[in-house]
Ligand binder design. Structure first.
Ligand SMILES: NC(=O)c1ccc[n+]([C@@H]2O[C@H](COP(=O)([O-])OP(=O)(O)OC[C@H]3O[C@@H](n4cnc5c(N)ncnc54)[C@H](O)[C@@H]3O)[C@@H](O)[C@H]2O)c1
Ligand SMILES: [Zn+2]
Length: 624
């Protein structure tokens, strides 16, 4: 007799499932799946196990799926996968099939949907889903066009890591918010506007194909290789039998297809102790906690620091010196706090800014009150000034020598504006105690930053106006010249698609604040490449209109997302991985030979970044 209350177990599972479907899981998948297995052992016929775990969106019309959208069986171990392959082989034999071929695709971790070309439906309870077609109006991009059947709504992984990781607990969290709510969170809206939230049809995913033996033999490499080709959050891979007759014979349970299995890995975790919380003041005055932990090895790296995102999280989870925490690293993702195993009895949050000593206030930066930042509102706060100057050099990206330590020395000595710093010469640096070589380098770097060509949108973004990151800067400059920005009013900005009224007002205020600096820097004469005004350049005469393009490797002109956004604006169909339909692969730095030859084998045209820029800029860069 096992001493477990089944009802209690099921209500626990239901609660975990509801939290997970809402986008804020309470436990990791392996824990959840273990509990499901426990239930299966205790009561294999329990109704909870007989269908897919339901999701709910209130206020959406329900639609019936022509075929049920099922869940997938899981294999966490090699043995489980082997048993699956044996089971399939047995069925195949009974049909007289000699060899079974398998297909493996990345298992995308978002929200499953079905796009029949008219309607986008969520999975719901598997039989009935919800009409979530409004996702298109909100800006979800249908990868490869509409009407391609089953797929996943998800967000480009590299974008998420860079811009949203501190804001949403998980990409699913954001996607669920977008689909379920009529008012969009500001960060979600930005991601949508940047074209980073996608509906990805499963049929367009990169895939591996081979026999059962090859599959079992090489599963780790297959997972690795698919992960490298996928810039979306993944939670494993999906293994499917290729042959349709065999699929039909194997059929399905009410929960999953018998010819398909998901191979999942428990993310590698490590346990460590928080030694100290360092509070770091950012450019906008938000003070964020970084946990200094007892060094611990995790997936081949030594972890010393883990971000805790914001004060609200520290408070809610009970983090402080002595707290025992678990950190997780899945794939290439930076280690993050997985859970707090032993909280501290009392959390101490700083009352004063660690830099300037001003009283800190709470600032809610999202709409549902989940993010709670401590904020220093002193505009003269040295840490904020340092961060703003550092932001300038970092975003501009062509002056190497201005690291944060150097900037701290400059600010401490009173060189606390870009105007003052750009007026400095070698002798000034020398006088502040920088060595002769460093002084020369710093002076040279200042000169270089003015004489090396920089895109106007990068220049604008480097000025650090809130709400004007690189993407929005570029968008703004497609409508108005840099010099004209100080004269714009909020209404004029709000007239541009994608800029809301509130954001526009914040941008106007921000530009007013940096107005003098902007004028001063422009007068110094930076070598600037201008964004073509949309009125001058449209997708209609774009050489890449309608072309299917994949970007890979590190680009010079901008981040991969920026390149993709530009290509989209010029009418291209941007793909995230090469397949047979791809027209061009644009290769930045460090693209492996294997990737190139694979693309060539598929008949894809390879272009260097320079070739590509020449193509889209219509040869205008060929100075002759
Ligand atoms: N952590 C938690 O609290 C918690 C709670 C509930 C569920 N879960 C997780 O979710 C699982 C069950 O949920 P589920 O049924 O929604 O998801 P699943 O993990 O069983 O995956 C099935 C879904 O994956 C989608 N999918 C993604 N990539 C695919 C691809 N390449 N090919 C085909 N299909 C693909 C399909 O739409 C399908 O509906 C659990 O086993 C558990 O791991 C976790
Ligand atoms: Zn301060």
């Amino acid at each position: 007799m096992v001493d477990v209350d089944i009802d209690q177990l099921v209500s626990q599972l239901e609660a975990w499932n509801a939290a997970y479907r809402g986008g804020a899981p309470l436990v990791d998948d392996a824990t959840y799946d273990r509990m499901v297995e426990t239930l299966r052992e205790l009561d294999p016929q329990h109704p909870f196990l007989q269908g897919v775990e339901p999701e709910k969106f209130s206020g959406r019309t329900q639609v019936r799926h022509p075929l049920p959208m099922l869940s997938i069986e899981k294999a966490y171990t090699g043995e489980q996968l082997t048993r699956f392959v044996q089971r399939v082989a047995k069925e195949a034999q009974s049909m007289g099939m000699a060899e079974v071929r398998y297909e493996v695709t990345p298992k995308l971790d978002g929200l499953a949907g079905r796009d029949d070309g008219t309607l986008l439906a969520s999975r719901g309870n598997g039989l009935m889903g919800y009409d979530i077609s409004s996702a298109w109006d909100k800006g979800v991009t249908p990868v490869g066009g509409r009407g391609q059947g089953l797929g996943e709504i998800t967000v480009v992984h590299s974008y998420f890591d860079q811009h949203l990781a501190g804001i949403f607990e998980h990409p699913r969290n954001m996607v669920v918010g977008i689909v379920s709510s009529d008012t969009l969170n500001a960060h979600a809206r930005q991601a949508l506007e940047a074209g980073m939230v996608h509906f990805v049809p499963y049929s367009r995913l990169p895939h591996w194909e081979g026999t059962g033996d090859q599959l079992l033999d090489r599963i780790d490499q297959i997972v690795q290789s698919l992960a490298e080709q996928t810039d979306y959050p993944m939670d494993g891979v999906v293994v499917s039998v290729c042959d349709h007759a065999l699929r039909a014979r194997m059929g399905a349970t009410t929960h999953h297809y018998r010819w398909q299995i998901a191979v999942k890995r428990k993310g590698e975790t490590a346990v460590t102790i928080v030694e100290n919380i360092q509070w770091q003041v950012g450019r906008t005055g938000n003070v964020t906690p970084v946990l200094e932990v007892t060094p611990v090895a995790l997936s081949g790296a030594t972890i010393r620091r883990v971000t805790a995102h914001h004060a609200g999280m520290v408070e809610k989870l009970g983090i402080g010196p002595g707290a025992r925490i678990e950190v997780i690293r899945s794939g290439e993702v930076i280690p993050k706090l997985e859970k707090v195993l032993m909280p501290v009895p009392q959390v101490n949050l700083p009352g004063q800014c660690p830099s300037c000593g001003s009283d800190l206030t709470y600032l809610n930066t999202d709409d549902n009150g989940k993010e709670l930042f401590l904020n220093c509102s002193n505009p003269a706060c040295p840490a904020q000034i340092e961060q703003r100057i550092s932001h300038w050099f970092r975003v501009l990206g062509n002056a190497d020598w201005f690291g944060i330590k150097t900037i701290q020395r400059l600010v401490a000595a009173g060189f606390d504006t870009l105007e003052k710093i750009y007026a400095m010469n070698e002798a000034d640096f020398n006088e502040l105690g920088f060595g002769p070589v460093q002084s020369r380098n710093l002076a040279d770097a200042l000169m270089l930053s003015r004489t090396q060509t920089v895109e106007d949108w990068r220049f604008l973004a480097a000025l650090g106006v809130p709400d004007l990151g690189v993407g929005d800067s570029r968008k703004l400059l497609q409508h108005h010249r840099l010099e004209a920005l100080p004269a714009l009013d909020a209404q004029t900005i709000a007239a541009i698609h994608g800029f809301g009224a509130k954001t526009s007002q914040r941008i106007v205020d921000g530009i007013t604040r940096i107005g003098e600096t902007l004028a001063h820097l422009l007068a110094l004469g930076f070598e600037m490449e201008r964004t073509p005004l949309l009125s001058e350049k449209t997708a209609a005469h774009s050489p890449i209109a309608g072309k299917r393009i994949v970007f890979t490797g590190k680009m010079q002109r901008g981040s991969r997302e920026e390149m993709q956004a530009e290509a989209r604006r010029l009418g291209a169909d941007v793909q995230t991985a090469v397949n047979r339909s791809t027209d061009m692969l644009v290769c930045g730095d460090k693209v492996g030979a294997a990737k190139r030859s694979k693309a060539e084998a598929l008949g894809v045209t390879l272009l260097s970044e320079a070739d590509y820029l020449r193509l889209i800029d219509g040869g205008g860069q060929d100075a002759t």
